[in-house]
Design a binder for this molecule. Structure first.
Ligand SMILES: Nc1ncnc2c1ncn2[C@@H]1O[C@H](COP(=O)(O)OP(=O)(O)OP(=O)(O)O)[C@@H](O)[C@H]1O
Ligand SMILES: [Mg+2]
Length: 242
């Protein structure tokens, strides 16, 4: 059995809006294993992005704890959290979140500056990562000079900049068409397998089902059910009629 890389323990997240409190997460218990590809699914507003932010240490829970690599993140200082985000986790977002004045290579190598790599090391590694995602002929292009799918490939390469063991992807295919979305999923799955990186993806995209090791359905801020691969394959067969 693979080791548990992320664990959430009774995670509650409340957002205060004036006098109103929105309970986005209502006690989420989840264990995620090193190297697995896990998809978080659920209707809009069910709490997927909120959970993503908790697991990614981008925000803190109101109650409960998130453990990353056995470490309780609620006990960490701001600079320890920053270190964790830089070294252990890579992020991929729906809207790519690339810096527009920077080339593909500069976007990919930016997180390496925070990790303390030299210019030479950064450029070498950045070029390798862009080659890995099939963009070795676009390294000096600005994001505006790239297609949506190519931008997301740059974002995937950037997520791997500091060799994280967790990659978090929040709706990575939502802005892409069927075919390009499928290519991005295949790419993320390939990196999951080749680098044994843990992938946690929030998605509405049913194409994500057949690459996932497990699917976690979130509803109203709680885990509604967890399905593993065999159960998923059955349902994909039902959907596609194979
Ligand atoms: N910063 C915030 N302030 C106040 N309420 C918020 C905030 N972020 C999210 N919420 C609320 O928390 C709930 C969960 O939102 P969340 O973004 O996690 O949903 P989601 O499952 O990612 O939805 P979608 O599929 O549309 O992306 C929603 O009711 C939302 O309105
Ligand atoms: Mg969301």
């Amino acid at each position: 059995m693979a080791e548990v890389i992320v664990k959430t323990d009774q995670v509650v997240k409340e957002y205060r809006m004036g006098n109103n409190v929105v309970k986005a997460l209502n006690g989420v218990n989840l264990e995620i294993y090193q190297g697995e590809y896990l998809s978080l699914m659920g209707p809009s507003g069910s709490g997927k992005s909120t959970l993503f932010n908790m697991i990614g240490a981008l925000d803190r829970p109101t109650k409960g704890s998130v453990f990353i690599d056995g470490q309780n993140t609620s006990g960490l200082t701001t600079s320890q959290i920053a270190w964790l985000r830089c070294h252990k986790i890579g992020y991929i977002f729906q809207s790519y979140n690339l810096l527009h004045v920077m080339t593909a290579l500069e976007n990919v190598t930016l997180p390496m500056i925070f990790a303390g790599l030299s210019v030479k090391e950064r450029n070498k590694k950045g070029e390798e990562l862009l080659e890995l995602v099939g963009l070795d002929d676009r390294i000096y292009h600005l994001p505006d000079e790239l297609s949506g799918g190519q931008r997301q490939r740059v974002a995937v390469a950037r997520a791997l900049a500091n060799d994280p063991n967790i990659v978090l992807a929040d709706e990575p295919t939502a802005n892409l068409d069927m075919i390009i979305g499928r290519e991005i999923i295949t790419l993320i799955k390939r990196l999951n397998q080749e680098k044994n990186v843990t992938v946690i993806s929030a998605t509405h995209d049913l194409k994500m089902l057949d690459v996932s090791d497990r699917i976690v359905d979130i509803r109203d801020g709680v885990v509604e059910r967890i399905r593993n691969r065999d159960e998923i394959e059955l349902e994909v067969g039902e959907v596609t009629g194979h």
